[in-house]
Design a protein around this ligand. Structure first.
Ligand code: FMN
Length: 348
């Protein structure tokens, strides 16, 4: 898992990629992913519709910091010209890779002709990839589902065409859009896709342990695995996958990571948006048998973030020293903002 590979000329130090997840992959999540062993991190999807309708409701903007690299920024949309311009803006933030979303199954996105619908319109999908590849010098990658309907094998038809149009890597989440997150990812399709293309393929879907990650790499021929839900509130899963260190984190380590996450997210989103955004993370971090249920409930009911932090540090005072160390290692004040709206409608 700790061997390097490349997408175009971008070198990626481990075989583990942190998944793009709308409403989850904020900067704190990506930075943490890099610290725990992800060789590549990906932003949640940003909308190129922001280029056409600058006055649309703003959902917040993406901020990029120096310690996230290598970083892919994911764009979604349906118009090749707008996607090309979005890609130029992405490149200007210093991103290493532009990733295109052909996997989002959410109606709000697919009804605009973006996301997974493009799997059924290979000509338009190719025009988009070509427009992006022509607009920027960075490698262009595509993330897709198997197809729209259950049992679809559309990814195997469109994948090689996208490579011909300029895609330097393909990530496959082998569920249909219709399936959303039900059933399981059919990685037999991942192995078939690997056979069809001569660029690295990344396997996404249901990967939660080192044993499974290694077996999948060996049997499918994928260049890397991508981990999403398994890393929510659980960066230690990434460490287990990369280094085989499966030890449970101490309470102090959990609290230190969570408080750091809270502070960074407040800085990125502002206190008001962060307060509701963070609730799901409290559940993810404090669950898994790490803290008693009543404590988790108590934290979820607290009104202010300041109080949350106070209660967390009171229950694990040893976390303060760890937290100081983590904070001292974070580079400050060197962020670049991408003026494209972050989508809350993610999925893929
Ligand atoms: C809450 C959530 C949001 C997601 N948002 C995106 C997204 O914006 N772009 C994308 O390509 N995939 C998105 N995905 C899909 C994941 O990147 C990944 O392919 C999928 O969750 C399967 O991997 P997993 O089983 O490791 O979670 C999202 C998934 C979840 C659970």
């Amino acid at each position: 898992m700790r061997s390097s590979w490349s997408i175009g000329d971008v070198e990626i130090p481990t075989r583990l990629v942190l998944a793009p997840m709308a409403g989850v992959s904020v900067q704190a999540f990506r930075r943490q992913g890099r610290r725990f062993g992800a060789g590549l991190v990906c932003s949640e999807m940003v909308s190129c519709a922001g280029i056409e309708h600058r006055n649309e409701r703003t959902l917040g903007y993406l901020r990029v910091a120096s310690d996230e690299h290598p970083l892919a920024i994911q764009v979604f949309g349906s118009d090749p010209d707008a996607m090309g311009e979005a890609a130029r803006m992405v490149a200007a933030t210093g991103a290493d890779i532009v990733d295109v979303n052909f996997g989002c199954p959410v109606k709000k996105v697919t009804k605009t002709g973006a996301g997974a619908t493009l799997l059924e319109d290979p000509d338009q999908a190719c025009r988009i990839v070509e427009a992006i590849a022509a607009a920027v010098d960075l490698p262009v990658t595509v993330k897709m589902r198997r197809g729209l309907r259950d049992g679809s094998r559309a990814c195997l038809e469109i994948g090689p065409r996208l490579v011909e149009c300029g895609a330097s890597s393909l990530t496959l989440h082998p569920r249909s859009a219709e399936q959303m997150y039900t059933g399981s990812a059919d990685h037999a399709l991942t192995a078939e896709l690997v056979e069809l293309v001569d660029v690295p393929v990344v396997a996404s879907g249901d990967i939660t342990s080192r044993a499974w990650a290694q077996a999948l790499l060996a049997t499918s021929g994928a260049a890397a695995v991508m981990v999403g839900r398994g890393a929510q509130g659980n960066p230690w899963a990434l460490r287990e996958m990369v280094d085989g260190d499966g030890s449970e984190p101490t309470r102090e380590a959990v609290v230190a990571e969570l408080v750091l996450f809270v502070r960074e997210t407040v800085r990125e989103l502002g206190e008001r948006r962060a307060a509701s955004f963070l609730k799901k993370f409290y559940g993810w971090y404090l669950g898994r048998g790490r803290f008693p249920k009543p404590f988790k409930q108590e934290i979820l009911l607290l009104d202010s973030i300041e109080e949350v932090e106070r209660r967390l540090l009171a229950v694990a005072p040893g976390a303060i020293e760890l937290l100081d160390r983590l904070e001292s290692e974070i580079p400050a004040g060197d962020e670049v903002t991408l003026e494209l709206p972050v989508s809350i409608y993610g999925g893929g």
